[in-house]
Ligand binder design. Sequence first.
Ligand SMILES: Cc1ncc(COP(=O)(O)O)c(C=O)c1O
Length: 431
Amino acid sequence: MTIKGLNGEANSAAAAHKPAHFKLENLIRPNILSLEPYRCARDDYQSGILLDANENSLGHSLPPKSVIPHNPGTSNGATPVQSNEADDPLSLNRYPDPGLFGIKESLAQLRGVPNDAFVFLGVGSDEVLDLVQRVCCRPGKDKILICPPTYGMYSVCAAVNDLEVVKVPLITEGGKFALDVEAVNKKLSEDPDIKITFICSPGNPTGTLIPPTDVKKVLDNPDYKGLVVVDEAYIDFAEEEKAMGKRAQDDVVSAVSLVHEYQNVMVTQTLSKAFGLAAIRLGIAFAQPALVQIMNNTKAPYNISSPTAHLASLALSPQGIAQMRENVQTLIRNRDQLMADLKTVPGTGAILGANEANFVLVQILDLQTRSKPDNDVAQMVYKRMAEEMGLVVRNRAKDLGCAGCLRVTVGTEAENKRCIELMKGLLDGSK
Ligand SMILES: Cc1ncc(COP(=O)(O)O)c(C=O)c1O
């Protein structure tokens, strides 16, 4: 079976051959493999008088003083929009460029995959997580595997796609949250209906990196014919620890390195966290070109908007990447200070997980003995901080292995200080 739109030559030059037991065509739903992807005249012709796509020829209808940015390289500032295409550098009345090759090429270089054919772009990684389920899993028949405690959207997407969720908990003992490779592989060997295994690394809410060597053990399971999706939304916080000397220089932290060799892995990332661009909704998947092509064939035609593409290309410029790294290093320092300060708050317990992201998972203890995590006290702190004091954290107390835990996103120095003050007040005051 050929995959529609796949550049055969480029693919066979780049194609991974591992593992021998995996065949992409057997995993992808037959209706997805056979679908005729949407095509438009713009796929073939991009210039001239464009009367092909039922766009608005008069331009956009934004008020005259609305401010939008210029394209990269044309200006260093923002400019008032006119309702005339020449003065609308983003051509807001036109559908966006569907290829986005510049952004994909920048991402390929940044993460070290051979070229843009290894890169898929989605509306946040949330779109990618849903789309990969849609292409691989038959509603009402197939299953996904997750390792709780983990990011909630895997299960939400599974519910939308009518898929059963099989759970193999992380090893929660000691609050370390390691992948239980043996149990995952056992479950995968027993159940051929499991089509995708989601591994979150660094985990949310655990902050623990799952080493690519563990991921590899799942990829190599000869009984498993499905895909492993490694969600690396927070990977830059772990990567940057190398630059700060907190991690060995030869440590491989990202599973993107596996994409070169393995056909049965997809790594998702995002501009929402380290790049600080949650509002633009740009998610990324790295995978072998055949799988990327299938995702491209299935997605909505113009999923990435022109303003998003414009801002993403600025973020991925050398200057943007340098700024991202500087911000990540600042957040790592703030995180270390926040952790040290949390330990001084009477009534907080252990800080769980490995803290390799931009949040901290901290136990709140019972008020009487201050010896065990307490969900009611955690809820009290959560609710009173939000409702009476205007500071919102996340209550994760009901997650597996996270009894009594609040998840605190690392803020600015001042925000973190305020959080500590409020917690001290609430926990001291209620004793
Ligand atoms: C582990 C994980 N994956 C994915 C996402 C979603 O990211 P995006 O903003 O790219 O949709 C989040 C957001 O919190 C997350 O924690």
